[in-house]
Structures are given as structure tokens and as C-alpha cells.
Design a protein. Structure first.
Length: 306
């Protein structure tokens, strides 16, 4: 069996070593394709491999067509919107993710970005503090829960809305559960997005929703760029001169955001939420173990395609 690690944005070296150990201990071989710049390199590398470990790497029908021996793809991370699940199923390939393994890293980055935002990008002017502010967590999954935990350490009031998480589960954490997404945006000074990119959520963060927030609100995105209705958020920022948009995923219209709102818009140069040694080790090793478990015992835990 041959397992390919295909990561345009590489794992920490220590995580690659860990994956290699795990895979080789099972008697399998490892191949590595990192920092590739063209899809043709990926199409070449997937020939003759039986499993692939990926991050945000795009795995589409063309990749499945090229990977004739492929049996399983594991997304070392939470969101699997980068994998064409229907194409995977059509090619008889199992797709899994590794939920929760990188969530603390993303949550910690959210606060790194938030402090930067409320201290006016460290430009020397007087900013504000997070203590006492109301933080609205939009989707209360693994990252959302970690954000809530850290927010309490900052002395923030924590609110959440999640269409799929029971109210009691949110409240048992000491987080206020909102009855609707509009209520969450109304009550919060800062919104932290943790929704996946799905048909329902794409473009859902729009002018009308943000209109519920205070004039000096902050929208923080460590989730996906696709959930943002960029044209409407640009208009909203234009109409609300104190509102800030801070993101770990550069928008498609990044030049326009940067040019129009230099003091109220910030994007990390490369998506950094999950980019820690710990998160890479956790997610990478989980992916390796899931592949070995699938081949050795047929375990389909964390399978995301039917
Ligand atoms: C995830 O879905 O797990 C995060 O967005 C991290 O993505 P990355 O592995 O591409 O950094």
C-alpha cells in the first residue's frame, strides 16, 4: 500500500515524521508532495497511490480519474468542502476528515487576530479591550467551543448560535444560546464565524445580517471565505466607517478590501489557523491512523461520503 501526503501548505516536519512512522509500522510506503504549484504535479503524484492525506488541497473528479489505485482520502482537518464527495463515491473512494484535531489552534489564532483588531493593528493609537465585550460564536462545533473557553479567560460574555447543536449543549458550557442567527448578531459586539462552507452557508454573511451588529462591530472569519458575500460586506464596510473585517482566509476581492479599508480590514497572508506543530501532529497522525484502520480492519469512522 502506498500513502501520499499531498499538501500544498506543508505540515510541520515533525508531523510528517510521525505520519511516516505510523504508516511504515503498518508495512506501508509513504510518498510526499509538498508546496506544489501546479495541479499537474498532483495528478502525476496520485498515480499508483492507494491513500492520500490532504489539507485544503482540491481533490476533484480529474484527480480521482488520475488516481486509478486510490481507495481512501483523508482530509487532515475539519472542513472537507475541497473534496468532490460525489466524484469520490462515483470512483468508489472513501473520504474521511479528522474532526477536532486542529480546533484549538484555530481558536487560539482567532484571539491573536482579535487582539490585533481591537488594538488598531498596533498602530500606536488607543484601542479597546476584550474584557466585558460580547462575543457571538456563529456555529458551536469543535472550534466554536474552544473559542468560548478562551473567551471566558479574557472575561468576555459569550453567546452562540448553532442550527444543529441543541440549546442545552451550548448552555451547559456556560455560553448563552441564541434562538436565531439574527439574535446572535444583534447581541454581539464581535462575531466569530465557525460555519462550514456548504450550499446553505455560501454567501450567507451579508449586508442584512451584519446590519444587526453595532456600528463599531467586528466580523472575524477563521472559517471559509466562501461564506462571505464579498460585494455586500464591502458595501457594509463602506456604509459603516467603524466596522472591521478580520479574516484568516483572504477574500477573492482581497485587493479591493485592502485598498478601501486599510485600517479596518486585515487578512493573514496565508491561512494560518491550523498551522501549528501540535495541530499538524494531531490531524496528520489521526489521518494516518484512520487510513491504517481502514485498510487493516475496514473501519469507516469519520467517513463523510456515502
Ligand atoms: C480545517 O478545515 O481543518 C481548517 O480550515 C484548516 O485547514 P488547513 O489544513 O488547510 O490549514
Amino acid at each position: 500500500m502506498k500513502v501520499l501526503i499531498a499538501t500544498e501548505k506543508p505540515f510541520a516536519k515533525v508531523a510528517v515524521e510521525g505520519i511516516r512512522k505510523e504508516v511504515e509500522a503498518a508495512g506501508y510506503e509513504v510518498a510526499v508532495l509538498e508546496k506544489y504549484t501546479d495541479k499537474s504535479q498532483l495528478l502525476e503524484a496520485v498515480k499508483n497511490v492507494n491513500a492520500i492525506i490532504i489539507r485544503s488541497d482540491k481533490i476533484d473528479n480529474e484527480v480521482f480519474d488520475a488516481a486509478k489505485e486510490l481507495k481512501i482520502v483523508v482530509r487532515a482537518g475539519a472542513g472537507y468542502d475541497n473534496v468532490d464527495l460525489a466524484a469520490a463515491t462515483a470512483h468508489d473512494v472513501v473520504v474521511m476528515n479528522t474532526p477536532g484535531q486542529n480546533s484549538n489552534a484555530v481558536a487560539e489564532l482567532a484571539f491573536g487576530l482579535l487582539v490585533y483588531a481591537v488594538r488598531n493593528f498596533y498602530n500606536g493609537t488607543a484601542g479597546t479591550e476584550l474584557k466585558g465585550k460580547k462575543l457571538g460564536i456563529h456555529a458551536y462545533g469543535n472550534v466554536g467551543r474552544n473559542v468560548a473557553r478562551i473567551a471566558r479567560g479574557f472575561g468576555m460574555e459569550v453567546y452562540a448560535y448553532d442550527a444543529f447543536c441543541p440549546r442545552e449543549a451550548i448552555q451547559s458550557d456556560g455560553t448563552h444560546a441564541c434562538a436565531s442567527v439574527e439574535e446572535l448578531y444583534k447581541v454581539s459586539d464581535i462575531i466569530s464565524l465557525h460555519i462550514p462552507a456548504t450550499a446553505e452557508t455560501k454567501n450567507s454573511i451579508n449586508y442584512a445580517l451584519l446590519s444587526n451588529m453595532p456600528e463599531n462591530g467586528i466580523l472575524l472569519n477563521t472559517a471559509r471565505k466562501e461564506v462571505i458575500n464579498e460585494a455586500e460586506v464591502i458595501k457594509f464596510l463602506g456604509d459603516h466607517p467603524k466596522f472591521k473585517y478580520i479574516t484568516d482566509i483572504a477574500p477573492a476581492a482581497t485587493a479591493e478590501f485592502a485598498e478601501k479599508f486599510p485600517e479596518r480590514y486585515f487578512a493573514t497572508p496565508k491561512k494560518m489557523g491550523a498551522q501549528t506543530a501540535e495541530a499538524n501532529i494531531n490531524a496528520g497522525l489521526a489521518a494516518a491512523k484512520q487510513i491504517v484502520g481502514y485498510f487493516k480492519s475496514g473501519s469507516e469512522k469519520f467517513r463523510v461520503n456515502k
